[in-house]
Design a protein around this ligand. Structure first.
Ligand code: CTP
Length: 446
């Protein structure tokens, strides 16, 4: 009996898949189909799958071509499978020509011509057509536009800012200095204007029926933030807080481990985020350059604190060194949060440098995330007995931005808020920024 094996994602199963499987089956007597797991696809940069593993398996099964279906979960599994199942022929579409030649050592490798004119990517892009406009000018804007290109069916079509900057050089993206003009031409906006303008930009977008992905803080006061979320929900629109760290797989996993009791009861969370590179620029005319240390970094730093310990802290105290007090520009701020049975500290700076690590301490061990923890792909769970230590690595593409855009697009499609930054946390962050701006509970250092 000649055994044949092939692998694929088979998302939104199409004619090209069926033809591939029919020809694969015809190569022998018994066909094994390996369907990639969601996690494995994520690690190899396939972030757009619309169907979860079980649905993709069910679709392949329904074709009735495969004799056996297995799940492909890790790099290097193919060799294991070929040995384990006694496979004679490995086959895959010609888009992989040459890539699997190394398997010749274990079995025969055949590349079958790919069916022209159809792919899961195209089917997904047809299903989803979402146009996004960007509000504001920063270096980050370019990153966002670039990252959006990895998300099927999402197109950044325009930018509203007080000056064009480098927009002119981006193909197919128009520039306007009129917000109404942008809003008239898009389904959704990504707001990265200067923080004190978020409220008005978000509000106007929602009032115009547009979905919003907004950099944190979403507003300058807790009340305004709540108002925006209420407005979004009353209009059936998505409003998402854009803290990209929330979408990094490693970060998600460490949260689960911490909350699942892996290090016992959590006693403290310490997060540090600094960057001298962005400097502290004050350019009033511009829509977005005015980000102090608190707005630029504290939302990301507060994320693990609030996700692990909750937002009901009993006390908080700011320690701030201003570079320009009038302009509310802090060079360095440390914030202590006190909870009934835990404490947390964040240190953020654009005018000072420190090790950008995250440490979550528990009664049985601690989680250590090396710098820069906010774009983390790696962390360690450490114990008193070093032999028990565990290291975790999860591939991170594009600092989490593309996963965030996928979540935003999916939320819009499904009408459900799939934000990884819960509304309650987004609002609590706005509340902390509000108190900082009011110099409430603040000790200033010279
Ligand atoms: N395939 C094919 N003809 C197509 C599309 C896919 O022969 N038009 C083959 C691939 O070469 C592979 C298998 O079907 O052997 C599974 O491919 P998969 O990556 O799941 O499908 P794609 O449509 O290529 O998906 P994507 O657009 O996400 O890359």
């Amino acid at each position: 009996m000649v055994k044949v094996i092939t692998y694929g994602t088979f998302d939104l199963l199409h004619y090209g898949h069926r033809r591939l499987l029919e020809r694969a089956k015809a190569l022998g007597d018994y066909l094994i189909v390996g369907v990639t797991s969601d996690d494995y696809d994520k690690t190899r940069g396939k972030i757009n799958n619309q169907q979860p593993l079980m649905e993709r398996i069910a679709a392949v099964k329904e074709l009735g071509i495969a004799d056996e279906i297995i799940v492909e979960e890790y790099e290097g599994q193919k060799i294991d499978d070929i040995r384990r199942y006694g496979v004679d022929i490995f086959t895959v579409g010609s888009d992989w020509e040459g890539y699997f030649d190394y398997l010749n050592e274990y079995c025969k490798v055949i590349y079958l011509p790919r069916t022209e004119g159809v792919s899961s990517t195209e089917v997904r892009s047809e299903k989803r057509k979402l146009t996004i406009g960007v509000v504001g000018t920063t270096v980050f804007r370019t990153k966002f536009i670039k990252e959006s290109q990895y998300v099927n069916g999402v197109n950044v079509v325009g930018v509203y800012a007080s000056e064009p900057g480098d927009v002119a050089s981006v193909q197919d993206v128009f520039y306007t200095d009129q917000y109404d003009d942008l809003l008239a031409k898009v389904d959704a906006v990504y707001v990265i204007s200067k923080p004190e303008m978020h409220y008005q930009h978000v509000k106007k977008a929602l009032e115009s029926g547009k979905h919003v992905l907004c950099e944190s803080p979403v507003a300058y006061t807790r009340k305004q933030c709540e108002e925006l979320y209420e407005l979004a929900s009353s209009k059936g629109l998505i409003l998402m807080d854009a803290i990209k760290t929330a979408y990094a797989t490693a970060y998600e996993r460490l949260l689960l481990l911490a909350k699942g009791g892996k290090i016992g009861k959590i006693i403290s969370v310490d997060a540090v985020c600094t960057s001298l590179r962005d400097g502290i620029t004050i350019e009033d005319a511009d829509l977005s350059k005015k980000w102090n240390s608190m707005c630029g970094w504290a939302p990301a730093a507060m994320l693990p604190v609030f996700q692990i310990l909750g937002t009901d802290y009993t006390k908080k105290l700011f320690f701030t060194k201003f570079q320009d007090r009038e302009e509310n520009m802090d060079a360095f701020t440390k914030v202590d949060f006190v909870y009934p049975s835990a404490v947390a500290t964040i240190k953020v700076a654009k005018g000072a440098k420190a090790e950008g690590e995250l440490v979550i301490a528990g009664t049985e061990g601690y989680i250590y995330v090396p710098a820069p923890w906010w774009k983390t792909d790696y962390f360690e769970v450490r114990y008193e007995n070093q032999e028990d230590n565990k290291r975790f690595f999860y591939q991170l593409e594009g600092e989490g931005i593309r996963y965030e855009i996928v979540a935003f697009a999916k939320a819009i499609e499904s009408g459900r808020n799939l934000s990884y930054v819960p509304e309650e946390i987004s609002t609590a962050i706005a509340g902390v920024i509000e108190d900082f701006n009011a110099r409430k509970d603040m000790i200033e250092i010279e």
